[in-house]
Design a protein. Structure first.
Length: 364
């Protein structure tokens, strides 16, 4: 059995590889194909050994989300839902980035200002206030970017480390080191050792912890923008899909929507039409003519009996005629006027007008 799943939380190729590896290891799974672009997964599995719930739980255990894809509906509707998810992710990434930058700027000014001569919370009397302010600003930024720690540490505990794990470890280490520095400052202030308290203040790395997650979130936002643009291009391709199709039912041609086509339906495709679905050719239309090329490169048209159809031609202007073949001659009808022409080696001559042959199509 093959089933499609929606997967959330993937951010890089390592995430894609982790999901593929975990699902492929499940007993009863024969094939797993994960797409990072569409945030989806196709799994072939044995229902007697594993089911959809077990597959979803396996993905959730390594820090991602998974759910069975909804019932197959209109292609346009499904793609629109996917577009909405991509746009939602882009908006969220943009909001997190803006908020983080707004808080990071004052944090960097407070932490690095005295080093470049900016008199901001400078001096021994401002040391503790400066440290606590940095701590508060850093906590806000880490909370805004908390998804790095949630997914990163989950993946790390399941031995499936990804890029979020590295970001969480680096930022977390800087934060913990700065927190230890604040405790040292508090202790040395308590024993009235101002010199050691000042040295402990140089052990604060809250700005590093906040800068790491903020800079990585810039990359996340650019990635979401790129994914949205790619989805826009694919969306235009989806729009090219034919809306209606002609199928044979009980020997009659019936026009239905493309989404209504089912397995084993016979679809009628005429020249110039786009293919609606994947399939195989079960019957080709009969031709009343055979087109070959002579040694001189000219076209040779061999007629095959009598019949009616449509001829589409190109020349000085595109045009379309109904035609009837009778006794090795072709009679064309255009806007009610009948004209008769003879088949030539490389063209069709109609009175004083000459055009290159493009397509014959039998309609009766």
């Amino acid at each position: 059995m093959e089933e499609k799943f929606d997967v959330t939380g993937m951010t890089c190729a390592a995430c894609q590889a982790n999901v593929t590896r975990v699902v492929s290891k499940l007993d009863g799974v024969s094939h797993c194909d994960v797409s990072l672009l569409s945030n989806s997964m196709k799994v072939e599995f044995d229902q007697d050994k594993v089911n959809e719930q077990v597959i979803c739980e396996a993905v959730k255990q390594i820090g991602y989300g998974a759910s069975v894809h909804g019932e197959k509906g209109e292609v346009k509707k499904e793609w629109q839902n996917r577009q909405n998810r991509v746009e939602s992710d882009q908006r969220s990434a943009k909001q997190r980035l803006i908020l983080s930058l707004v808080l990071l700027i004052p944090l960097l000014v407070i932490a690095m200002g005295p080093m470049v001569g900016l008199p901001i919370l400078e001096g021994m009397e401002w040391m503790m206030i400066s440290a606590l302010t940095q701590l508060i600003l850093c906590l806000f930024i880490l909370f805004i970017q908390r998804h790095f720690f949630i997914t990163g540490f989950k993946a790390l505990m399941k031995k499936s480390a990804n890029m979020d794990s590295l970001v969480a470890m680096g930022s977390g280490a800087s934060f913990v080191y700065g927190l230890v520095g604040i405790y040292q400052m508090a202790y040395y202030f308590g024993v009235q050792n101002i010199e050691m308290a000042h040295m402990a203040m140089h052990s604060l790395y809250f700005e590093s912890a906040a800068t790491i997650v903020t800079l990585v979130s810039v990359g996340k936002y650019l990635e979401s923008r790129s994914k949205a643009k790619t989805s826009d291009a694919l969306d235009k391709l989806v729009d090219l899909a034919p809306k209606n199709a002609t199928i044979l039912r009980d020997g009659k041609e019936v026009v239905v929507s493309s989404e209504s086509i089912r397995i084993h339906d016979i679809v009628v495709i005429r020249p110039g039409q786009r293919i609606h679905v994947d399939g195989k050719v079960v019957k080709k239309g009969d031709k009343l003519w055979n087109l070959t090329y002579g040694e001189d490169g000219g076209m040779i048209i061999e007629l095959k009996g009598n019949g009616k159809g449509i001829i589409r031609m190109i020349g000085s202007e595109d045009d379309e005629f109904e035609y009837t073949i009778e006794n090795q001659k072709i009679i064309m009808i255009n806007e009610g006027d009948s004209v008769e022409g003879n088949i030539k080696s490389n063209s069709i001559e109609l009175k004083n007008w000459k055009t290159e042959l493009l397509i014959f199509e039998k309609v009766g």
